[in-house]
Design a protein around this ligand. Structure first.
Ligand code: TA6
Length: 281
């Protein structure tokens, strides 16, 4: 292991990455990437100043791994929102430098009936690869949902636009999960926004003139993209989200949810990837 496991906030274990090209952190709790930015750039991933760091609760910010369901459990309200992966301690299997100075980490978890691996590469780009397979003893196909629920830093959510989803149908959670036709224009924000865009493989760009940058979000093995900002009232209702933090973040989530949930057969491996890069506006 080229990158040691050390003690983080409240003693939760983490791996700190500090390379020529990038800095970042990954907590074993939830295999949670809590920070990343290329050297010399502002943070790319947003973290709440009120986040819990508690082995029984999800971390607020960075990249929560939502799996094997998204949102409330479909039939049992006692089960945790967004599944169990993000509140489970993952096992660090590998951490190494590559010849190009990229930090490569591999964490895995057994979330019955699934075995999941999360490969993370931190350099000038941030790359995550989530591989999901059924445990060997499983003889039947099983459905799952997943999301890399990424929180991005922005100068002010009221001054950004998100491009790449103009031609996608979406489910609008603010309209009682109504199915909506494509807007044919970039996403801008003037209220709480909670949308699941489905049947899209498209790259999404966050254009942030305030920070003078674009955050480019590429993906594969994902047909859903979720866009969320809690705005004022919902922020106040979340104990791990500061009341005045909402303008500084937006979630763009690489996912397979709802219509795009995955049916995984015994012996198959499902792969979903996310690649984040930053360029000047
Ligand atoms: O991805 C958007 C969403 O599903 C919102 O509805 C909101 O609940 C958000 O996730 C955060 O969920 P959490 O369980 O992390 O508070």
């Amino acid at each position: 292991m080229d990158f040691p496991v050390t003690s983080g906030v409240n003693g939760l274990e983490r791996i700190v990455v500090n390379t020529r090209d990038a800095q970042g952190e990954v907590y074993l709790h939830g295999a949670h990437v809590t920070s990343w930015h290329p050297t010399g750039r502002k943070p790319v991933l947003w973290m709440s100043g009120q986040s819990f760091f508690d082995s029984a609760k999800p971390i607020r910010g960075g990249i929560p791994v939502c799996f094997p369901w998204f949102g409330p459990h479909p039939s049992d309200s006692q089960k945790p929102a967004h599944g169990t992966a993000r509140i489970q301690k993952w096992i660090p299997v590998k951490s190494r430098w590559t010849a190009e100075g990229v930090a490569e980490l591999l964490l895995e978890s057994q979330l019955a009936p699934f075995d999941v691996q999360l490969h993370i590469r931190m350099g000038q780009a941030l790359e995550l690869r989530m591989n999901t397979r059924l445990a060997a003893q499983e003889k039947r196909a099983v459905h799952f949902e997943q999301a890399l629920h990424t929180y991005f830093c922005v100068s002010d959510v009221r001054n950004i636009e998100i491009r790449g989803l103009e031609n996608c149908q979406y489910i609008d959670k603010m309209l009682q999960a109504r199915r909506c036709e494509p807007t044919r224009r970039p996403i801008t924000f003037g209220q709480e926004t909670d949308r699941v865009y489905f049947n899209t493989k498209d790259t999404v760009e966050i254009h942030d003139s305030g920070d003078g940058r674009q955050i480019v979000i590429e993906k594969s093995g994902s047909l859903s993209t979720v866009v969320w900002n809690p705005w004022i009232d919902k922020s106040r209702r979340m104990p791990d989200f500061g009341d005045s933090e909402w303008p500084q973040m937006v979630c763009v989530e690489t996912a397979n949810v709802a219509d795009n949930r995955v049916l995984l057969a015994p012996g198959d491996v499902h792969e979903m990837t996310l690649r984040v890069t930053v360029k000047d506006h």
